[in-house]
Design a binder for this molecule. Structure first.
Ligand code: ADP
Ligand code: MG
Length: 383
């Protein structure tokens, strides 16, 4: 089976430069769990090579070759990670380039998609011993900013929020629901805590504490809800003096641990009423509608139908480098969910995004008088 994927466009660096790009899609297979083993699971997923995944309904490890031609389907992605892949490998392949882009003023988004138990939170947050993308990205940002401290001033601000039942909550300082509003940078949650970060350890603790604040299902008190989306936003602001000009750049990195996909995406045909009756996750359902509309090149993309898609608007259709990590279990007991996840991951490959920088030298050139200039210089020195 040939593994053909259109190359992602090169992203330009510099003022007002725009590059067309498509969403990069990765698949990560997790190891079989004890529970799955005890239930007598066989593996229905095979990572064939660096890009190719094979899914088959009836194969066990042993009869994989025999059944290959009978049933099953091959999928191609930008990378297919086998269950031995380390957190660091997943980070460097999927997210490291986006982090570099954020420092250049380009927005980046990574989201983990998949059924409950497929490995989304492990991939995004990870554990103290094996930190995931969120922590590794921030660690990388700190080290890159430190290396570049001679040529300007960077500030790194974090916020961590949850969408649960179409309600947005601050995971760093839980309290009343937050409202979304539109500002210059896109849709933002009003009143969200902006945390100025200084060290990686502090960030890991902060995120783990935040994760404990995720809404739990009433019936499963000790588990984080499979219906809550967690979004970490990291805003990197850069300022420097270039002769008499002030250069500013702002880049935003959004790292998203989505709710479990099992109850939402397969049910597109449902009416609004049955969606609410069945307590289907409206945000995920709308995400699938938006993906469909974007792939089909529709004029109207229904971003406004959910909180998640409002927040992801500029990541899906707009000015962003976007990565999707599809998490899957190897067990044949999860065959349906895995098929569903691979189906959406496959569709997401068709989505085009545009990435442009927010460098705005010209604007600032004309806007500042000499006294303003001096004031700003003082401020910069103070920071
Ligand atoms: P999700 O967030 O998708 O519901 P989790 O990330 O909580 O799933 O993963 C379910 C379980 O599997 C957890 O105990 C997690 O530690 C484990 N797990 C997931 N992915 C991996 C992996 N790549 N390697 C080792 N353990 C994993
Ligand atoms: Mg989870």
């Amino acid at each position: 089976v040939g593994c053909k994927l259109k190359a992602a466009g090169e992203v330009g660096v510099g003022t007002a430069e725009v590059a067309e790009n498509r969403i990069l899609v990765f698949v990560r297979l997790r190891p079989m769990s004890k529970k799955e083993e005890e239930a007598g699971s066989t593996s229905c997923v095979k990572i064939v090579n660096k890009k190719e995944v094979y899914l088959t309904e009836y194969a066990s490890e042993n009869d994989y070759l025999r059944l290959k031609r009978v049933r099953g389907r091959h999928f191609c992605f930008d990378s297919a990670f086998p269950d031995s892949t380390t957190q660091a490998e997943v980070y460097s392949t999927s997210t490291a380039d986006l982090v570099e882009g954020v420092l250049q003023g380009r927005n980046g988004t990574v989201f983990c998609y998949g059924a409950t138990g497929a490995g989304k939170t492990y991939t995004m947050l990870g554990t103290m011993e094996n930190p995931g993308i969120m922590v590794l990205a921030i660690k990388d940002l700190f080290s890159k900013v430190r290396q570049r401290s001679h040529d300007g001033n960077h500030s790194i601000q974090l916020s961590y929020l949850e969408i649960y039942n179409e309600t947005v909550r601050d995971l760093l300082s839980p309290g009343r629901p937050l409202h979304l509003r539109e500002d210059k940078q896109g849709i933002v949650a009003a009143g969200l805590t902006q945390y100025r970060a200084y060290s990686t350890d502090e960030v890991m603790k902060l995120l783990q504490r935040g994760n404990k604040n995720r809404t739990t299902e009433p019936t499963r008190v000790n588990e984080t809800s499979s219906r809550s989306h967690a979004i970490l936003q990291v805003v990197v602001e850069y300022r420097s003096m270039d002769g008499v000009n002030i250069v500013t750049r702002v880049g935003k990195l959004s790292l998203i641990d989505l709710a479990g996909s099992e109850r939402a995406m397969a049910t597109e045909q449902r009416t609004q009423r049955s969606i609410e009756g069945a307590n289907i996750n409206r945000s995920l359902l709308t995400l699938s509608s938006c993906i469909n509309a974007l792939v089909e090149g529709k004029k109207h993309i229904p971003y406004r139908n959910s909180k998640l898609t409002q927040l992801l608007k500029d990541s899906l259709g707009g000015s962003c480098n976007t990565v999707m990590v599809a998490n899957i279990s190897p067990s044949n007991l999860s065959y349906g969910e895995t098929q569903n996840t691979l189906h959406w991951a496959d569709r997401a490959k068709e989505i085009k995004t545009k990435a442009f920088t927010t460098a705005n030298e010209e604007v600032l050139n004309v806007a500042y008088s000499e006294t303003d200039q001096a004031k700003l210089l003082l401020e910069l020195q103070k920071e």
